[in-house]
Design a protein around this ligand. Structure first.
Ligand code: AKB
Length: 339
C-alpha cells in the first residue's frame, strides 16, 4: 500500500481529542493526529502518527493527502467561544476556512477512494441565540431548527460550518457537467457544555462548570464568571465521545438530517457549586459575574431537544446528572488531584 490508511483527528490534543483517541485506540484504529501543539505523551502510543501543524497550512494538508489514505475525519480543531471573541477574524479563519480546507481534503480523498469520506463535526449550543432570559427559561427543550441566532463569532462559525458541511454532502459543484461522484458524508452533533475529569477546558464560556469542579478539588478559590442561577445543558466527556462514535457508525440511510442536538443534563452554576462543596468541603466558590461572558451564556438554551438523535441513531447518554458526578467526575477528579 503506497499511502498509509488512517482516520484523521484534528485538534487531537484538545479535550474531546483526548477522550476520542483513548476510545478509538481500543478499537484498533490507525489514527493520524493533527494539532497545533504536540500530542501529550500519554496519547502518543495510541496513534499511528502525530503531526504538529495548522489546518490553515495548505502545504501541510497536501502532504497529508500524499501520505495518507483517509476515509474518516473527526474535525475537532476550533477556537472556542470566549477566546474567539478576542480574535474574531482569526477565529473565522480557523473555524471556517480551516473547516473548508478539511472538507476539500475529504472531497479529494473520496475521489481516490471511490466512496464518500465520513466527516464528523462537533457543533455547539453556541449556534442558538435565545432572545431573552424569559424566553430561555420558559422555552420547552429547543429543537435544532429553532433560535438559530448566534451572538458569538464561534456560534456563527459553527452554524455556518453546519451549512457548508451540508452543502459539501448534498450540493457540492451542483452545476458541474459531471456531479461529484461520492462527496463528503458530513454529520454534526451540537454539544452542550462538556465536562471532563482528565482535562481542563480553555477558552470556552461554558467552562465555568469544569473550572469550578477542578478548582474545588485542588482547594483553589474559584470566582464564577456567571450568576448562580445560570442554567445550561452539560454532558460529561465519555458521553460526548459516545455521541461522536454513534453518529459516525450510524447507517447513512437512518439519518433524516445532518445536524443533531445531543444532551445529558441541565444544571445551574449554583447547583454545580453545591455538588463541588459536598465533594470537596474545602472548596471556596464565589460568584462574580462578568457581564459580557454572562451575556453570552444567557443566550444559550437551558434545555435541548435531542429526540432526532434518539430516533435516528439510538442516542442515549450513559451519564445522567447523578451518575456523571458520582461515578465519573468526582472519583476521577479525586484520583487526579489525590484528594
Ligand atoms: C464553549 O464554551 O465555547 C464551548 C461550547 C459551548 O461549545 N464549550
Amino acid at each position: 500500500m503506497i499511502r498509509k490508511r488512517a482516520i484523521l483527528i484534528t485538534g487531537a490534543n484538545g479535550e474531546v481529542g483526548h477522550g476520542l483517541i483513548g476510545h478509538l485506540a481500543g478499537h484498533d484504529t490507525d489514527i493520524l493526529a493533527l494539532d497545533l501543539n504536540s500530542l501529550d505523551d500519554n496519547l502518543q502510543p495510541l496513534v499511528r502518527d502525530a503531526v504538529v501543524g495548522d489546518i490553515l497550512d495548505q502545504e501541510l494538508l497536501s502532504r497529508v493527502m500524499s501520505e495518507y489514505e483517509i476515509d474518516m475525519i473527526y474535525h475537532l480543531a476550533a477556537l472556542l467561544s470566549t477566546r474567539a471573541e478576542f480574535t474574531p477574524e482569526a477565529a473565522h479563519r480557523v473555524n471556517v476556512q480551516g473547516t473548508i480546507n478539511l472538507l476539500q481534503l475529504a472531497i479529494e480523498q473520496s475521489r481516490w477512494l471511490g466512496r464518500p469520506v465520513k466527516f464528523i463535526f462537533p457543533s455547539s449550543i453556541a449556534v442558538y441565540g435565545m432572545p431573552s432570559l424569559v424566553v430561555k427559561h420558559g422555552a420547552p427543550p429547543v429543537h435544532e431548527d429553532l433560535y438559530n441566532m448566534p451572538t458569538t463569532m464561534y456560534g456563527c462559525n459553527k452554524l455556518y460550518c453546519e451549512h457548508i458541511g451540508r452543502y459539501y454532502a448534498l450540493n457540492y459543484r451542483q452545476l458541474a457537467a459531471t456531479p461529484e461522484p461520492h462527496g463528503v458524508d458530513f454529520r454534526a452533533v451540537r454539544f452542550p457544555g462538556l465536562i471532563s475529569a482528565v482535562t481542563i477546558p480553555s477558552g470556552g464560556t461554558s467552562d465555568f462548570g469544569p473550572e469550578m469542579l477542578h478548582a474545588a478539588a485542588q482547594g483553589q478559590p474559584y470566582a464564577s464568571f456567571v450568576r448562580e442561577n445560570t442554567r445550561i445543558p452539560f454532558m460529561v466527556m465519555p458521553d460526548a465521545v459516545k455521541a461522536l462514535m454513534m453518529l459516525g457508525d450510524a447507517p447513512r440511510e437512518q439519518l433524516t438530517r445532518r445536524v443533531y442536538n445531543v444532551t445529558s443534563f441541565t444544571l445551574s452554576a449554583g447547583e454545580i457549586a453545591a455538588i463541588a462543596r459536598q465533594a470537596f468541603p474545602q472548596a471556596e466558590i464565589t460568584f462574580n459575574p462578568d457581564d459580557k461572558r454572562q451575556g453570552i451564556v444567557d443566550t444559550w438554551p437551558a434545555l435541548l431537544d435531542d429526540e432526532n438523535a434518539r430516533r435516528d441513531w439510538d442516542w442515549c447518554p450513559d451519564y445522567d446528572v447523578d451518575r456523571a458526578f458520582d461515578d465519573y467526575l468526582i472519583p476521577a477528579i479525586r484520583e487526579r488531584y489525590g484528594r
